[in-house]
Design a protein around this ligand. Structure first.
Ligand code: G16
Length: 538
């Protein structure tokens, strides 16, 4: 075969009878059936890079919060954003081509349709998390990249946000938007320096225990800590669940998804009352905080809490810097946001709230329309982004007093501390620590800003989850017919009730969320809605 694209596809034939979809966060399923998808993603990455005149594109091999036997792949756009939706569709189509010839034909069809010059250099940066299947799947991606004649950089093990950072740095190097040095050292230096500057000599109360879900975040956090100010000067950090030698331990009984879904600390947790803890997920792009009070009661401080904390702090800094008239802040949430959090943002912080479908790409997109867009999913995925004009305004602003100058310095340091490319658990937890240190708050003060409505998240296994179709930012089901009316009926029976069901984009399940005035009502509502979903899915 003289066709290198078809040759690459030939090496990793597609299993028969499987249908792949580029979901909430790329392709994600059992690792054993992903070889062909990886090679084809390598080809798509090559085309995407060529379509953008040789800009660097990222390929991240990870299944994030999923169990150890899963894996996945997501593509990263030049500024570190998620892949454009149109290209998600192309990726799905490519992944489902039956033969190597079909793959090659489609590759050339895409080139033709988008006027892509196949002789233009293509550049792709690759990284992976610590899953056992990662090495094999990396080989499959590289076969695709070789087939398409791509210049590539293999970063080895990275957290997902680190790869997003690298891609943004590679594409902005030497320009006025230069984001940093595209190396691991560059990443640690940038964020560690920003952390120190943003603290302005303030010391967070107590220590922080970080559960790394036995994923790639563990070793990377250990590296970061080496560059942070000493524990005497700033923050004492204890790293737990950082075993990457046993890949079967990944996300098991620990990590952000475990803590958020079960609303309890990992069973291995040994911290004392009021000790701050946080949990990352398997690829360190989510973080949730929590603590146990003096009565040993568990309290979760999830993505909603991080959003409200960060939005209020940035709002204060903008005001104190004398910029309140020129910069507006908004918050972006999904349907999973606790009703109490939404009310707090609107009624107390007096900020605008947008609601989008699940998936970082939707939230990021909505946040891009704001001067400062703070976006977080309740599960701990998120960041804050600053528009070009806002960055410019902040850079040029001349403070008129010492107080304005100090606030402006912290605001500028926060811009560097917040990963603008994508939500980043390491950068996010440092930001939270900065805010708590400035406010002189412990977790209890943070918790007391508002009371969450009791809520429950359930997973329902059905025959075919694709039959569950939603509208209104996933808050209502339009299919199967009649199901929403049944859910509404149950919701009306409980006080302050709200519930919705949606097909997961990363797992083979339908997720059910319910909240109500009391825990018993929320649990009961969740169970009833789950039953409705189960019956409709039979
Ligand atoms: C991914 C997405 C998130 C989403 C989560 C769950 O996270 O990046 O935006 O909230 O999946 O999505 P779903 O409910 O559709 O399964 P991660 O951390 O697994 O990459």
């Amino acid at each position: 075969m003289a066709d290198p694209v078809a040759e690459a596809a030939q090496k990793h034939p597609a299993p028969e009878g499987l249908v792949y979809t580029y979901g909430t966060a790329g392709f994600r399923t059992k690792a054993e059936v992903l070889d062909s998808v990886m090679t084809r993603c390598g080809l798509i990455a090559a085309l995407r890079s060529r379509a953008l005149k040789g800009k660097w594109i990222g390929v991240m091999i990870t299944a994030s919060h999923n169990p150890p036997e899963d894996n996945g792949v997501k593509l990263v756009e030049p500024l570190g954003n998620m892949l454009q939706e149109e290209w998600e569709v192309l990726s799905t189509e490519m992944a489902n081509k039956a033969t190597p010839e079909d793959v090659s034909q489609f590759y050339h069809e895409i080139a033709k349709k988008y006027n892509i010059d196949l002789s233009v250099p293509a550049r792709v940066a690759v990284a992976r998390d610590t899953r056992a299947s990662g090495a094999r799947l990396l080989g499959c991606v590289l076969d695709g990249l070789h087939g398409a004649g791509v210049e590539h950089k293999d970063y080895g093990f990275l957290t997902t946000p680190q790869l997003h950072y690298m891609v943004r740095c590679l594409n902005t190097e030497g320009t006025k938007d230069a984001y940093g040095t595209p190396t691991e050292e560059g990443y640690y230096e940038k964020f560690a320096t920003a952390f120190k500057t943003a603290l302005q000599g303030k010391k967070p109360k107590g220590s922080l225990t970080v559960d790394c879900a036995n994923g790639v975040g563990g070793p990377k956090l250990t590296e970061l800590i080496k560059r942070l100010p000493s524990k005497e000067e700033a923050l004492e950090i204890f790293v737990v669940n950082d075993d990457v030698i046993k890949p079967e331990a990944l996300n098991v009984d620990c990590g952000a998804d475990y803590v958020k879904t079960n609303q309890r600390a990992p069973p291995s947790s040994k911290v004392g009352p009021n000790d701050r803890c946080c949990s990352l997920d398997g690829d360190a792009d989510r973080v949730v905080f929590y603590f146990k009070d003096a009565n040993n009661m568990f309290h979760l401080l999830d993505g909603d809490r991080i959003a409200t904390l960060v939005a209020s702090f940035l709002g204060d800094l903008v005001r104190q810097s004398g910029l309140a008239d020129s910069i507006k802040i908004g918050v972006v949430q999904t349907a999973y946001a606790n009703g109490a959090a939404t009310n707090y943002v609107v009624d107390h912080l007096k900020l605008k709230v947008d609601c989008t479908a699940t998936g970082v790409k939707y939230l990021h997109h909505a946040a891009e329309k704001l001067d400062i867009g703070v976006y977080f999913e309740a599960n701990g995925h998120g960041t804050a982004i600053f528009s070009h004009d806002t960055l410019d305004t902040i850079a040029k602003h001349e403070p008129k007093s010492t107080a304005q100058k100090e606030a402006l310095e912290v605001l500028r340091a926060c811009i560097n501390l917040i990963n603008q490319a994508v939500g980043d658990a390491l950068s996010d937890f440092m930001l939270v620590e900065v805010v708590l240190a400035h406010k002189n708050w412990g977790p209890q003060e943070w918790l007391s800003t508002y009371n969450d409505l009791p809520n429950r998240l359930l997973k329902v296994l059905v025959k075919d989850r694709t039959i569950f179709q939603t509208t209104d930012a996933e808050r209502k089901l339009v299919k199967p017919n009649g199901i929403q009316a049944k859910i509404d009926e149950e919701v009306q029976k409980v006080r302050q009730g709200r519930s919705f069901a949606r097909a997961s984009g990363t797992e083979d399940a339908v997720r059910v969320y319910a909240e109500a005035a009391t825990k018993a009502e929320a649990d009961d509502l969740a169970r009833k809605v789950a039953k409705i979903v189960e019956q409709a899915g039979e």
